[in-house]
Design a protein around this ligand. Structure first.
Ligand code: ADP
Ligand code: UDP
Length: 239
């Protein structure tokens, strides 16, 4: 089995370790939660375990739909072996329903559905506070070229179609989500990082109850409970 070597990076939610294989790294999911660019801190016991399992479970479902991901193997309850990629420093955000920063920025009531999904990019840069940028800015910054941007958009909308279906089958509306993409050693752009209730807005389809990190951001309580709820619905339905 692949062992952890050096700690390459400690982020807000995960630690990333090197392995003896240069093309692979190991994620270790932590119990920590942060919001508002790290200003608000919290956690619940077992969050890392549930996000590790949930992200891998979702990536496997997406792979069945032909989406390429960095996932190699879940190696323990908190650890996963992934292909080491060069992360494209963009937070790629798709929205189906207005919420969060979209509602605030454009003055649109939370819960307003869109005629078609939207796509936006934030420049992944903690010092600058992950500013919103457009495709031309990304090209000017040398982050990606036009071909990459088109490919990223195509992947993002395909992930949205698949995720929407995965969640509606378990009585959950996919409001919005963030993904990160990276380039593998052979130059292919694949889905990286994680998809979990930390990175998606998920509302119960009947009641609109929030089943995601907004429970922590907005101090709504039942933070851990709703993650367990999403996990239970996923594993009950997709055996
Ligand atoms: P943050 O950096 O936002 O605090 P995390 O705590 O989740 O986030 O840290 C994980 C880090 O690993 C992020 O910087 C992410 O971009 C990066 N990453 C995700 N997938 C891969 C991968 N396959 N290879 C290398 N780095 C990755
Ligand atoms: N998101 C994320 N990481 C970030 C920023 C956003 O995972 O650093 C997710 C967030 O959980 C939501 C979606 O991207 O599902 C859109 O977030 P938004 O722009 O509304 O920002 P926020 O309200 O989190 O400031």
């Amino acid at each position: 089995m692949m062992e952890k070597q050096q700690l390459l990076y400690e982020g807000k939610a995960k630690k990333v370790y090197s392995t003896t294989d240069d093309n692979l790294c190991i994620f270790e999911y932590k119990d920590d939660a942060t919001a508002f660019n790290g200003l608000k801190k919290g956690s619940f016991k077992g969050k890392g375990v549930i996000n590790n399992r949930m992200a891998n479970f979702i990536f496997r479902l997406l792979e069945k739909d032909g989406i390429k991901t960095h996932l190699v193997e879940e190696i323990s309850e908190r650890e996963t072996l992934v292909k080491k990629v060069d992360i494209i420093p963009l937070e790629v955000i798709v929205r189906n329903i207005a919420a969060g920063s979209f509602s605030k920025r454009y003055g649109v009531e939370e819960g307003t559905p869109f005629a078609q999904p939207t796509l936006e990019f934030s420049y992944k840069n903690d010092e600058l506070g992950d500013p919103l940028i457009n495709d031309y800015h990304a090209i000017a910054l040398g982050i990606a070229d036009r071909k990459d941007i088109d490919e990223i958009a195509k992947i993002a909308f395909k992930v949205n179609d698949c995720l929407k279906r995965i969640f509606i089958n378990i009585g959950i509306k996919l409001v919005d989500f963030k993904i990160e993409l990276g380039r593998t050693a052979d130059g292919e752009i694949v889905l990286a990082d994680e998809i979990s209730p930390d990175t998606c807005r998920l509302w119960d389809a009947e009641t609109n109850k929030k089943l995601d990190k907004d429970r922590f951001r907005q101090d709504l309580g039942e933070f851990g409970e709703v993650y367990h709820e999403v996990w239970a619905r996923l594993t009950d339905h997709y055996k």
